[in-house]
Design a protein around this ligand. Structure first.
Ligand code: KG4
Ligand code: ZN
Length: 397
């Protein structure tokens, strides 16, 4: 089946088209269209994502991003019949009432597109920034009415977990399949959690961050070092340079804590680490490039030590057949390498990490989750659920 997927939970406007078949155990996916429009340059000025700016940007970009994605998929055709049936029109206008920008583009451009040959629309409904989520949801609802296709609402974090099924970069066996029980470590700008999966589509969060998410800590520390937003890639670049240049004889001056590394649970805490960086900087006479690099290195190492230690502990307890690492922070090269080493100590656990391209936010992973939800209840998903709404703090379960 073909699924059109829409993602607008944060600062990426993304639309994908996938072709999916097979079972949970052995699914096959073809990515037909994958377009991501990043708003990073816009939010960089504010050193973080501004929800209402994000919303406006999604509204302006959704139609062009959809068009491009359909073109990639070979599913784009101009339409002759530009008239909306009067019943539909009323409903669509009502849905788009609060989406001014989108409503304009919708009537100018979407009606010129031939309804594409897809079977369902998957859309993220949480977690994330509610104003941003609403734009994607309202767009999906309007398309669903116009094209008469059902909507499958998707949890963004389930998307990050299942993104491991896309052509993976690090995989210990040739076919990227998830075998249960599985353990997922999710590390992104908004989340840090360890999730146990014993049954398909059933998630148990066994540990999470008590304060900042990993990506958030990367972004805040980067800011303290005067680095641009988003900070993750900048920190990892500096850390890499430090490692390359310092050599073995270098006496490291900066030491940061490894918060909660010895706690008996699976929870994390990164806000203390961030404060420790702040105090370290305050005590220094000043910041130069070398010191910045050393702080970046030590910070990254602290995060890695904690993530690896907690994950090891969870593998020992739950003996998962598959370990999945997902979320934007897994774009970090050192973290990818670290987990590759970690699983070497557990011969019955296979590591799955999504391809770099599908690590940060994208709609392809939402399409994959859409397919799994469809498999779960084909009958139910023939219809769009009536009252689904943007849910900023949606949890995995
Ligand atoms: O999953 P994602 O794209 O968006 C959320 O759902 O949050 O994750 C974005 C986060 C940002 O905090 C960003 O700084 C971080 O992922 N990130 C990285 C790297 N690339 C992106 N963190 C560390 N190292 C990286 N190379
Ligand atoms: Zn994400």
């Amino acid at each position: 089946m073909k699924i059109l997927a829409i993602e607008t939970s944060c600062d990426e406007t993304a639309v994908s088209v996938i072709e999916a078949a097979g079972t949970y155990k052995s699914p096959t996916f073809k990515v037909l269209g994958n377009v991501v429009h990043s708003q990073v340059p816009l939010h960089a000025e504010w050193m973080g994502v501004v929800p209402n700016l994000a919303k406006r940007e999604h509204a302006t970009n959704l139609v062009p991003v959809l068009t491009q994605s359909l073109k990639q998929a070979g599913l784009f055709a101009q339409s002759e019949n530009k008239n909306l049936k009067s019943g539909n029109k009323k409903k669509i206008l009502k849905i788009l009432e609060r989406e001014n920008e989108l409503a304009k583009l919708f009537s100018e451009s979407i009606l010129n597109i031939e309804p594409p040959k897809i079977d369902a629309i998957a859309v993220t409904y949480g977690p994330g920034l509610e104003p941003a989520l609403w734009t994607g949801i309202n767009f999906a609802k309007a398309l669903s009415l116009l094209w008469k296709k059902p909507i499958v609402p998707i949890n963004h974090m389930e998307g990050h977990i299942l993104s491991a099924l896309l052509p993976p970069e690090i995989v210990d066996e040739k076919d990227p399949r998830i075998k249960l029980p599985a353990l997922a470590l999710l590390i992104s700008g908004g989340h840090t959690e360890l999730v146990l999966i014993k049954d398909w589509l059933k998630y148990k969060v066994i540990g999470h961050t008590r304060d900042d998410a990993v990506g958030e800590a990367f972004d805040k520390v980067a800011r303290m070092l005067g680095l641009p937003y988003p900070g993750g890639p900048e920190i990892s670049r500096l850390a890499g340079e430090f490692e390359k240049n310092s050599g073995n004889n270098y006496a490291k001056k900066i030491v940061l804590p490894r918060p909660m590394i010895n706690s008996k649970d699976y929870d994390f805490s990164f806000s203390g680490l961030k404060t420790a960086v702040l105090y370290t900087i305050k005590k220094l006479p000043g910041l130069n490039d070398n010191i910045k690099k050393e702080i970046a290195y030590e910070f990254e190492q602290s995060v890695i030590d904690v993530l690896a230690s907690k994950t090891r502990q969870a593998i020992e307890e739950f003996k998962p057949k598959t370990l999945i690492i997902g979320g934007g922070v897994i774009a970090n090269k050192k973290i990818r390498e670290t987990f590759r080493k970690v699983v070497r100590d557990f011969p019955t656990t296979t590591l799955l990490i999504p391809h770099l391209k599908y690590s940060t936010d994208n709609a392809t992973m939402i399409g994959i989750a859409g397919y799994f939800r469809w498999l779960d209840n084909k009958k139910l998903h023939k219809k769009t659920p009536k009252n689904f709404r943007a849910t900023g703090n949606l949890v995995l379960r």
